[in-house]
Design a protein around this ligand. Structure first.
Ligand code: NAD
Ligand code: DAU
Length: 355
């Protein structure tokens, strides 16, 4: 079996569902169930004995060794993290705690477990760390996309904490020989995306008749990848990645934020038109920019394609259509997420932004 962390979150839950749809290898899912963790993402696995859910912290140096010794996974895939840039600006410490200290504790637990394995199990074991393109900093308008050789220049507390975790993972390979793999992926979108992030926030706010808050001039560029393509890249790296290597993962799909918002509005106009016949674009509101806002991310995904034969299967058009349909068809999921603590977050992040 394998052990994954953060499997109740956005990408982890998609990975888990796809994994069990594709094979019968069981998964231990260690997740702390922070505000971002949601067991409703995994409701279809409720009676599936191949999924073992454990609520707990990757930084728990008692629990994690117990789980490793009990279930003896052949691999650990680390999705668990604090993942939202705006939250990291309001409060960096949780990010340091989970992304840096938590990852360090997890690595220590895994190192002890791996060190005690027999030779065969030891050589086939893998620790795959899921990271982000944000560690490379911000690109100029025309500069080449990030390759694995780019310098680390994280600009937000979130990306700084992910950069630190990447460095620890690298160091555990070089110092202790731990068989690690790291993926650095661009912006994901798709089902189960928590509506604090741009695309689901726009869908949910549009439906609720609320403003669609675009930071600054809306010309910041992100490179969007459908979440299921990210999951297939992780499976491929786990299967065939070279030990100690880093693989950039991206969709070859750079778009300014305002175009994303316009596309979401156009799809909603088509699938669920406003009662007054006007476009959802009427709700777009430009608001105060994110402090330190990175202007552009873009991933050069040549290495993973050339060495491992991975390519995304969805275009942005097919992926965004599926995403909007998913949100429209899962109003219960949305209502369940829009709890008191979500409302507190909206208050904190948006009330002081002026139009
Ligand atoms: P998410 O915030 O949706 O989910 C994170 C999950 O981790 C949640 O289920 C949460 O409960 C769990 N978690 C948080 N702290 C924990 C802890 N201390 N111990 C155990 N579980 C804990 O995040 P996501 O968007 O699914 O991102 C998953 C990973 O992928 C993260 O490492 C993130 O940095 C990385 N990533 C995300 C994107 C993206 O666009 N979302 C892109 C590239 C990389
Ligand atoms: O690049 C990968 C990263 O993508 C991941 O590592 C992060 O975990 C993930 O959250 C995401 O980070 P971003 O900051 O790029 O995603 P977010 O959805 O928060 O914002 C996308 C863009 O949209 C960004 O330029 C900020 C802008 N934005 C966001 C929100 C929430 C707005 O204009 N308005 C908003 O209300």
């Amino acid at each position: 079996m394998i052990l994954i962390t953060g499997g109740a979150g956005f990408i982890g839950s998609n990975f888990l569902l796809d994994w069990l749809a594709l094979c019968d290898e069981s998964v231990v899912n260690l997740d702390l169930l922070t505000y971002a963790g949601n067991l409703a993402n995994l409701s279809s696995l409720e009676n599936d004995p191949r999924h073992i859910f454990v609520r707990g912290d990757i930084g728990d140096i008692k629990l994690v060794p117990e789980l490793l010794n009990k279930y003896k996974p052949r691999a650990v895939v680390n999705f668990a993290a604090e993942s939202h840039v705006d939250r990291s600006i309001h409060g960096p410490e949780d990010f340091v705690q989970t992304n840096v200290v938590g990852t360090c504790h997890l690595l220590e637990s895994v190192r002890a477990y791996w060190g005690a394995l027999g030779e065969d199990a030891k050589s086939s074991f893998r620790f795959l760390h899921v990271s982000t393109d944000e560690v490379y900093g911000s690109l100029g308008q025309d500069g080449p996309a990030f390759t694995e050789e780019n310098r680390y220049q994280p600009n937000s507390p979130y990306s700084a904490s992910k950069a630190a975790s990447d460095h620890l993972v690298r160091a555990y390979h070089h110092t202790y020989g731990l068989p690690v793999l790291t993926t650095n992926c661009s912006n994901n979108y798709g089902p189960h995306h928590f509506p604090e992030k741009l695309i689901p926030l726009m869908i949910v706010n549009a439906q609720a008749g609320k403003p669609l808050p675009v930071y600054g001039d809306g010309q910041q560029i992100r490179d969007w990848l459908y979440v299921k393509d990210h999951c297939s890249a992780i499976r491929r790296v786990l299967e065939a990645g070279k030990l100690g290597e880093v693989y950039n993962v991206g969709g070859w799909n750079e778009k300014p934020n305002i175009e994303i918002v316009q596309r979401v509005c156009a799809l909603l106009d088509e699938m669920n038109p406003r009662a007054d016949g006007k476009s959802y674009l009427e709700q777009v509101t430009y608001v105060t920019d994110r402090p330190g806002h990175d202007r552009r991310y873009a991933i050069d995904a040549v290495k993973i394609e050339r060495e491992l034969g991975w390519k995304p299967t969805e275009t942005f058009e097919t992926g965004i259509r599926k995403t909007v349909v998913w949100y429209l068809e899962h109003q219960d999921w949305v209502n369940n997420v829009l709890s008191g603590s979500y409302r507190d977050w909206l208050e904190k992040n948006y009330v002081e932004r002026v139009e």
